[in-house]
Design a protein around this ligand. Structure first.
Ligand code: C2O
Ligand code: CU
Ligand code: CU
Length: 527
């Protein structure tokens, strides 16, 4: 059932790419079709909500079984309009997973999406990536390990350790941006005993914020315009799928799991009260110590755990979360606003209501330090002839090599420094490396030879690093726990699709990501 690029070409199945481009461009020039700003809801009117929690089908021993169906659904995003979305179980965002210590998961993903995208016309094959998990290659959402409509695949996650904020999203080759934009994204939290023993907010005071942006046509349908493959910038900011929502809060501390699920937009978050956002976690979980910041730069795919203390405000006060947009974004009237918090009552409970000075001091990746013999590899992120490349290569080159071509081949457990170069103006690239967590060592600007320390909010283990204009970032990591091939790519999903994605191989051998556990046609057997 695995389909190589050559086979897809032979059967005329390869959609996207040059063939569709003229049609996309003419249909999608958003200016004409865009809904009037006056038809959009005013910021801070729509009530906040959190995605429902995923429910398991059954448990056997230490394994929990889940089943999600990707399907189209009409849902109210803009008041008074029904917007067609694609969601895990028909919801956007999909259900939130909460995984207790010591559990393993099997998640059955069934693709019941329609035969083609409503505007772009491509066949919506899918691949589900659990971002933040060191999954085996065949369960990692490898871009070319695709599941067609009418097929299903079981994803097994057996390496869920530690407490962290992960997310799951579509990763299908060349269609990740439109698939995610249609709604194929959800949050996924793992918990551990260290986290549970800390006095930080938990349970209903531990709140997912999936931030994205979108634009709509006059009928309220999603408009897709990637501006000649540069980026997609909507005029509506969504939190958990709701436009600029307002959340009622008690006078106490809340912990927010903030995910930037936008296709291209990056944010700089801050409170209009001027009070700090206290960063307690990065992509890979709790940091060693809290870092209060007055503004939080947040690029695509990154997750931050942030505590906000609403006890500082009187009942009746409204505090808003703002976005002072970083460079390289396209702004509209209300893209400087994200959501609001209305302080409505005293705290119902003040247990788990503090932030200790020591959170998670023993992260193995954060303990890595370079030595004189640590090897360094360089990766250059460059736009070339309308394609986005890494060291002059694209995912197309990986496909043409029958998935053998790699950017790097570190040994299992090797410690290496990777130096990521973005030696051009005009673009920032949030680079994501699958499988591993890394520690950011330093940054150099304009090739001036001066390396500066990572920013306060980046001082925790991460799997995405924003590489800004004319920046070079050094990170250190250890490759494991699996051998095999894994992707790395820009998490501006428009760049990823066209075609700033490559792969590295850890060690030798390892499971083949495409042929080991391919999707199968429905019907699926019972678990
Ligand atoms: Cu969140 Cu390879 O992606
Ligand atoms: Cu990932
Ligand atoms: Cu990029």
């Amino acid at each position: 059932m695995s389909v190589t690029r050559r086979e897809m070409l032979a059967f005329g199945m390869l959609s996207g790419g040059a063939m569709l481009l003229p049609l996309e461009r003419s249909v999608l020039a958003a200016g004409q079709n865009r809904i009037a700003e006056s038809a959009l809801p005013a910021p801070f009117r729509v009530p906040f909500s959190v995605p429902r929690v995923a429910t398991k089908v059954k448990s056997v021993g230490t394994t929990d079984y889940y089943s999600l169906t990707m399907r189209e659904q009409a849902t109210e995003i803009l008041p008074g309009f029904r917007t067609r979305i694609w969601g895990y179980d028909g919801t956007f965002p999909g259900p939130t997973f909460d995984v207790q210590p010591g559990r393993q998961l099997v998640v059955r993903q069934t693709n019941r999406l329609p035969a083609s995208h409503p505007v772009l016309g491509y066949t919506p094959f899918t691949s589900v990536h659990l971002h933040g998990s060191p999954s085996l290659p065949q369960f990692d959402g490898y871009a070319s390990d695709v599941t067609y409509p009418g097929s299903w695949k079981d994803y097994r996650y057996s390496n869920l350790y530690g407490s962290r904020t992960l997310w799951y999203h579509d990763h299908a080759v060349h269609h990740t941006a439109p698939n995610v934009y249609m709604g194929l994204v959800g949050m996924f939290r793992t918990h551990d005993s260290l986290e549970q023993s800390l006095p930080i907010p938990q349970g209903s005071y531990d709140v997912p914020l999936v931030i994205s942006d979108a634009m709509f046509d006059r009928e309220g349908q999603l408009l897709y315009d990637d501006d000649d493959r540069s980026g997609l910038f909507g005029d509506v900011i969504l939190v958990n799928g709701r436009p600029w929502p307002v959340m009622k809060v008690e006078r106490r501390k809340y912990r927010f799991r903030i995910l930037n699920a936008s296709i291209s937009r990056s944010y700089r978050l801050r409170l209009d009260s001027g009070e700090p956002l206290v960063v307690i976690g990065t992509d890979a979980g709790l940091t060693a110590a809290p870092q209060p910041v007055t503004s939080l730069p947040h690029s695509n795919g990154e997750r931050y755990e942030v505590v906000i203390d609403f006890a500082k405000y009187a009942i009746g006060r409204r505090v808003t979360l703002r976005n002072s947009s970083p460079r390289n974004n396209v702004d509209y009237t209300h893209t400087d606003k994200v959501m609001a918090f209305d302080v409505v009552s005293e705290a119902r409970t003040t247990s788990k209501n503090s932030v200790p000075n020591v959170l998670n001091p023993n992260n193995a990746i954060m303990a890595l330090t370079p030595t004189a013999t640590t090897p360094t590899r360089r990766l250059a992120l460059v736009r070339q002839g309308g394609q986005w490349t890494i060291n002059n290569l694209t995912w197309g080159d990986v496909e043409d090599s029958d998935y053998t071509r790699v950017l790097a081949n570190p040994a299992l457990n090797a410690v290496e420094i990777w130096e990521i170069h973005n030696d051009s103006g005009g673009w920032h690239h949030p680079l994501h490396i699958h499988l591993i967590d890394f520690k950011i060592l330093d940054r150099e600007f304009n090739r001036n030879g001066v390396r500066v320390a990572p920013r306060p909010h980046e001082r925790g283990a991460k799997d995405v690093v924003n590489v800004g204009e004319n920046e070079r970032v050094r990170l250190i990591t250890q490759f494991g726990p699996h051998t095999g091939t894994y992707m790395l790519h820009c998490h501006n999903l428009v760049h990823e699709d066209h075609d700033m994605m490559g792969q590295f191989r850890v060690g030798l051998g390892g499971y083949d990501p495409i042929t080991t556990a391919p999707a199968r046609p429905l019907p699926a057997p019972e678990f």
